[in-house]
Every structure is written in structure tokens, then in C-alpha cells.
Design a protein around this ligand. Structure first.
Ligand SMILES: [Zn+2]
Length: 260
């Protein structure tokens, strides 16, 4: 029992020490892991990917990506974004329509994504969204959520020590599932929505047309994006996402550089 109390206390202390605030959204988030550790994990994953260094579209990805990073910098009060020279961009040899940004400044753009990005504005929609994930430290937050889940399993194991084996088994099966639906998914949806909003602002500041965003996500949804009902998906439903983007449009447009 003493061990259980000690575990709960250390979890509470870590929780209090680890609360940070996300730029613009103001949401509180739990960060229990150093950004450098997450960046190192990410760099290891990035190194394994099949990159196409001679793809003629790589220069475009880098150009738009660096503009979006520069546009995000005014909101980087915590100094999360690496300097421009440290960002790495890659076209990934993968037909799955996907793109990602990793903590530490690694951006990957799958070949399968280009079918959805006929214009620079479309590419800026994706890169704005991905850079926002990095700025908001969503990677470190997800790892932290995983640590909390692991700790809660350990606490339940301790708490049910004297119960029957079947009760203990039920707990062990149920807890991760409860944590998944109750903690992981709402956070993940919050991450997606946060990145949609900040990404829209960053692309607008970088001089791209934010009106491209609802169109991009509609096309993406129509041709094989997530079809899962919102409740079970980690992504906002397509109609919610598009309605949100439209509601943020006036704010985004106000951030576009004035034409001379
Ligand atoms: Zn995302």
C-alpha cells in the first residue's frame, strides 16, 4: 500500500511539474519528457525511411516548409522550433497519402501526397499543419500520455494485488482501453484541431492562400482520407474539420501580408 501511495504522489508531482501551455490555443498540456529525448527517437525513425533525395519536387517542399517555419516563429516563445539551417526535408518513397513533421525539425512528404497538392497553397496547408504539430510539442505530449497510461496500469496492478485473478485480469484488459478512449483520443483530436488552426495562420502569414485548406481536406477526405466515425477516430470528422477551418478563415486572412 505504501508503494501505491508513493506511486500516486510521484505521478501527481510529475503532473504538476509537467503542465505547459500550448501557443495560441492556450490549452494546458502535460509534458513529462525532454524535447531532446523525443527528437532523438524521431531522428532514429527518420533515418530508416526510404527517401528520394533526387526527386525534383523536394526543392519546392523545402522552400514552402522554411517559409512556414519562419511564419510560425513569432509564436515559439518556448524555443521549440530548431533554427532554419537544422530543418531536414525529404520526399518519402511511399504511395500512402501522408506527410509528417517530427520534433527536432524533420519533415517528410510521401510521393502519394502529391496527387492532392496541385498548387503551392495546397502544399502549404499540409506543411502549416505539420509545423504546428512540432510547435505545439504534440509528439512529446503523446509520449507523456503513454507514460501516464503505463503508470496507471502499474497503480491498478498494485491496487488489485489482493483481489482474485479474474478481477485483476479484467482490470489489466480494461485500463488501457479506457485510457485510449478517455484520454488518448480526445487529446489526439485536440492535437489535430489545434494544428489545423495554427497551420492555417502560419500558411497565411507565409503568403499562401488559407482558402485552399477546406478544399484540400475535402479532396483528401473524398479520395481515401479517414472514413471512421468521429468518436472512434483520432481525427476530427471531415465535416467538423471543414466547418472549423471556415470559421477560422477571417482570423487567418487578417494575418496575410499586405500586397503593395
Ligand atoms: Zn495532424
Amino acid at each position: 500500500m505504501n508503494r501505491l501511495i508513493a506511486l500516486l504522489f510521484s505521478a501527481a508531482a510529475a503532473f504538476l511539474a509537467g503542465c505547459e501551455t500550448v501557443p495560441i490555443s492556450g490549452r494546458s498540456q502535460l509534458i513529462l519528457i525532454d524535447d531532446k529525448e523525443v527528437s532523438a527517437l524521431a531522428a532514429g525513425e527518420f533515418a530508416k525511411m526510404k527517401k528520394l533525395p533526387n526527386d525534383p519536387r523536394l526543392a519546392k517542399i523545402r522552400e514552402i516548409g522554411l517559409k512556414v517555419v519562419a511564419a510560425a516563429r513569432p509564436d515559439d516563445r518556448a524555443g521549440v522550433l530548431p533554427p532554419s539551417s537544422r530543418w531536414e526535408f525529404a520526399v518519402i518513397d511511399d504511395k500512402t497519402p501522408n506527410a509528417f513533421a517530427m520534433p527536432g525539425g524533420k519533415i517528410g512528404f510521401n510521393t502519394g501526397m502529391f496527387a492532392f497538392t496541385p498548387t503551392d497553397d495546397d502544399i502549404a496547408v499540409i506543411l502549416g499543419h505539420e509545423v504546428a504539430h512540432v510547435l505545439c510539442r504534440h509528439g512529446a505530449e503523446r509520449v507523456s500520455q503513454g507514460l501516464v497510461m503505463a503508470a496507471s496500469v502499474a497503480v491498478a496492478d498494485q491496487a488489485t494485488r489482493n483481489k482474485s485473478q479474474s478481477t485483476r485480469n479484467a482490470w489489466m484488459v480494461a485500463l488501457p482501453a479506457v485510457a485510449q478512449v478517455g484520454v488518448m483520443l480526445p487529446y489526439s483530436r485536440a492535437h489535430e484541431s489545434e494544428s489545423d488552426k495554427l497551420g492555417l495562420f502560419f500558411m497565411a502569414r507565409a503568403g499562401y492562400n488559407p482558402e485552399a485548406a477546406p478544399g484540400f481536406w475535402s479532396r483528401f477526405a473524398a479520395k481515401g482520407g479517414s472514413k471512421t466515425p468521429e468518436f472512434l477516430s483520432t481525427h476530427p470528422s471531415d465535416s467538423t474539420r471543414i466547418a472549423n477551418l471556415k470559421s477560422w478563415m477571417p482570423q487567418a486572412k487578417a494575418q496575410m501580408p499586405r500586397r503593395p
